[in-house]
Design a protein around this ligand. Sequence first.
Ligand SMILES: *Cc1c(COP(=O)(O)O)cnc(C)c1O
Length: 402
Amino acid sequence: MIPYGRQDVSDDDIAAVVATLRSACLTQGPEVPAFEEAVAAYAGASHAVAVNSATSALHIACLALGLGPGDWLWTTPITFVASANCARYCGAGVDFVDIDPVTRNLSVAALADKFARAEREGRLPKLLVAVHLCGDPCDMAAIHALAQRHGCRVIEDASHAIGARYRGEPVGACRYSDVTVFSFHPVKIITSAEGGMALTHDAALAERMRRLRSHGITRDPAAMAQAPEGDWWYEQVELGFNYRMTDVHAALGRSQLRRLDSYVGAREARAARYDEALAGLPLRMPHRDARDRSALHLYVVEVADGAPIGRAALFAGLRERGIGVNVHYIPVHWQPYYQALGFRRGDFPQAERYYAQAVSLPMYAMLTEAQQSHVVAALHALLDPAGAVPVDTARQACALAA
Ligand SMILES: *Cc1c(COP(=O)(O)O)cnc(C)c1O
């Protein structure tokens, strides 16, 4: 089965991990700060806090921004559940902003309307989580301007978007947000096996997130309530967690980071090939803004209304042909947990229409030309049975099957 995404682990990565395994510190050693510094430098943020997943990063970012019971967090319904769950961990409520059918990110127009209504009803959110779906940056300048006008803080869930650029700057530069979060899960752009990071320009926020990732413990006498009794003294000043990243994971992540730009370049080449080879099929193609750079974590096509088969049949047909397509995402408000909170099917019609037609095609740096040709040929066979499959594509698919 050709997967929809997969990691690439090089000999250098393995050597970096082995060197850490042979070192004195498997955790809380030099690799985590080195990885943090490297990511902060890459993205142009002042501070970076590494944790054991992007989910943990979202959680401590929400806490550090003061989210709690009685507050509201808004996000898009087309995302992984973690973008919304982080509010629930803090005891806050979640609401969703419908998507823009072209960009598939949360709609700036819908956000403006929802802010205006919330302002009238006295129910403004404390936090907005903007998700760069598929690695294609949200219109952060517009989102930030609206959020500022309504006293709302902003987190960028850039789990798909390390390596992306927005208006000439790396995603993670935090020009239009308080915190940006990256994920290093193996299916994402670069991996630390499991891992995440929260970036910010705000030193106090970074300090708070560092404390929360390690039990709420401080070793800084200035932050203590009592006089230290000796060098062994530490204080737990609030309730935190063990969300630390290990040095073994950081070594892998830092080694992978060196190839980030070449990975995104490889994804761009594969996307350009899909763009060209699938043109003319009844598919709505992914959005990319010429001013920005998508990290192309996912390549999602939507089956057009007039297509000979629908999404379910296309999905099944591709899986039958050994192509591990997927769907990103089932709208979060359709999940039983969120239905129990009062959400209903029909609440966010653009998100639901997108979901009903979306299929994520294989997209990763190491996807081979032969594999991609097989995917293209299968899409032509399923969506344009009468049409001619491009000759080289047909030949390569045969070679692959042989
Ligand atoms: C993968 C993902 C997460 C969670 O990342 P983990 O590192 O697995 O916790 C959060 N948000 C989005 C949009 C994701 O794709």
